[in-house]
Design a protein around this ligand. Structure first.
Ligand SMILES: O=C(CO)[C@@H](O)[C@H](O)COP(=O)(O)O
Ligand SMILES: [Fe+2]
Length: 214
């Protein structure tokens, strides 16, 4: 069964606790938190304090997507405030091996993210060290964008590579996921759908989840 993580990026931030409770009602697998630094991506969002506060009000595992330069400086902090999965971008790391083992040492599952145009070949040598690979299906930075279909090929490569090498990382997609694109990604071997605006803006959130799970 494909897992679902809800991105709170487009949620009602003045009423975040209410939003978290609504997400809990939808019985999803993760809360996806997009951390942006205004350098790696042209937008600024959440820091560790908000992650700590979210952790205090929910037991849903936190999937923290770091879209920041020099993530190594912040791993310990995000781990200490309760991140369960900590995902860093391939494009943002000089010493990726060290960053991934740092994440593991701090008790989190290491995730590796790539932008839509990054060559999938460049991350293959790290795939035995990660718990999750996050394929961005839009350019990182903003919610509400349109799914980029060219990324589908990478999902097939990741799925094939995993079975050929007997690895067990999860494959996550993030950006422009709705009932249609989510199904296409699930059929291509995706395990986790990060879903933002499709769920947050839905008139009926339960129905949106049912459509995603179909
Ligand atoms: O990481 C990102 C954007 O950079 C995502 O997590 C988005 O927040 C997903 O939002 P939608 O595309 O589903 O609206
Ligand atoms: Fe994200």
């Amino acid at each position: 069964m494909t897992k679902i993580g809800i991105s709170i990026l487009s949620s009602d931030l003045l009423n975040l606790e209410k939003e978290i409770k609504s997400i809990e009602q939808s019985n999803v697998d993760y809360i996806h938190i997009d951390v942006m630094d205004g350098h790696f991506v042209p937008n600024i969002t959440f820091g560790p304090d908000i992650v700590a506060q979210i952790k205090r009000v929910t037991n849903i595992p936190l999937d923290v997507h770091l879209m920041i330069n020099h993530p190594e400086k912040y791993i310990e902090t995000f781990a200490s405030v309760g991140a369960d999965i900590l995902t860093v971008h391939y494009e943002a790391c000089d010493q990726l091996d060290e960053v991934l083992s740092l994440i593991r040492r701090h008790g989190c599952k290491p995730g590796l993210a790539i932008k839509p145009t990054t060559n999938i070949e460049s991350i293959k040598k790290y795939l035995d060290k990660v718990s999750l690979v996050l394929q961005m299906t839009v350019e990182p930075g903003f919610g509400g964008q349109t799914f980029i279909e060219d990324t589908l090929e990478n999902l097939q490569v990741l799925n094939q590579y995993r079975s050929n090498h007997h690895l067990n990382y999860m494959i996550e997609v993030d950006g422009g996921i709705n009932n249609i694109t989510g199904k296409i990604c699930a059929n291509a071997g995706t395990d986790v759908l990060a879903v933002g605006s499709y769920y947050i803006n839905a008139l009926n959130r339960e129905k949106a989840i049912q459509e995603l799970k179909k």
